[in-house]
Design a binder for this molecule. Structure first.
Ligand SMILES: Cc1ncc(COP(=O)(O)O)c(C=O)c1O
Length: 283
């Protein structure tokens, strides 16, 4: 641990929860004080004591162009100088939405949000509002933000706590999440054709949507079995549930059109984050 990082952590512990601003940056992840960074450039980070690092985290995948890419810096600086919040509409919203609709054949309309969690919350509300149904079907180990209804079984569990593969034990990932929040959330084992068929037989007629990451990216990196995502999409169509593809991690990366393009899918709802916010532009 560097000296300045250690003393910043001691100061932070007095005024910040766990000394940091996210559990993923603090003792829960690093076992102690994190390194405090001063700045980043390209693929490298520099800490407050002047040490240089190769950045393997890249803002959890949000920075495909690296740190402080000159073009991004130029555009952000120019726009900030023009004012940042007008409480009305902007031409750039229309321009970016037009780019997205042109790039993504499965996207007709866009709504912008501030975080992946917020986008997912909007998506679930849309699915429930559109279908008039309450249930959400999600998969073990998949993360869709920290909203109460889906912060269930996002972490690996010890095998003794899995429950039966046909009916995984539902475990919220934090205290403070009441059962009412996730009572309509059905958890299913991923990459298991039989498990989703069974879940859809039991709940498909009451499900607003089935939500899945395209490539499981929050518990290792696990690609879908051949035909698996298309099978989920077909089951959704059959049961009148919406097929919601969460491309927060995979969008604009695995292909310009993300998993939807790579696996030939037509999701009813899709959410993007991270790379989009970092100024990644295709082609
Ligand atoms: C697949 C997926 N969905 C949603 C989110 C939530 O995004 P955010 O952290 O911007 O709220 C994440 C965050 O890592 C994610 O990986």
């Amino acid at each position: 641990m560097t000296n300045t990082s250690q003393s910043l952590f001691e100061r932070g512990m007095k005024v910040l929860v766990e000394g940091v601003s996210s559990a993923s940056r603090g003792p829960a992840t690093f076992g102690g004080a994190p390194r405090y960074m001063s700045h980043g450039q390209g693929a490298r980070l520099y800490d407050v004591d002047g040490r240089e690092y190769v950045d393997w985290m890249m803002a959890f995948g949000a920075l495909p162009l690296g740190h402080a890419h000159p073009k991004v810096v130029e555009v952000v600086t120019r726009e900030v100088a023009r004012g940042t919040h007008f409480a009305t509409a902007l031409e750039v919203e229309v321009e970016v939405a037009e780019m997205l609709v042109a790039l993504l054949p499965h996207v007709d309309k866009v709504r912008f949000a501030n975080t992946g969690t917020e986008a997912a919350m909007g998506a679930f509300r849309l699915a429930r509002g559109h279908t008039g149904r309450r249930k959400i079907i999600k998969f073990e180990g998949h993360y869709h933000g920290w909203w109460d209804a889906v912060l269930v079984n996002t972490n690996p569990l010890p095998p003794t706590m899995f429950g039966h593969p046909n009916d995984p034990v539902r475990i919220p990932d934090s205290s403070g999440i009441p059962e009412e929040a996730w009572k309509d959330t059905i958890v299913v084992r991923w990459n298991d054709f039989g498990a989703i068929e069974r879940a859809m037989r039991l709940h498909g007629g009451e499900a607003a949507c089935v939500v899945t990451e395209g490539v499981m990216s929050n518990m290792g990196v696990i690609p879908p079995k051949p035909g698996y995502l298309k099978h989920i999409q077909d089951l959704c169509r059959k049961h009148g549930a919406l097929f919601y593809l969460d491309e927060t991690v995979t969008g604009f990366r695995l292909a310009a059109g993300g998993c939807a393009e790579l696996y030939g899918l037509e999701p009813d709802i899709v959410t993007y984050g991270k790379a989009l916010g970092a100024g990644c532009r295709w082609p």
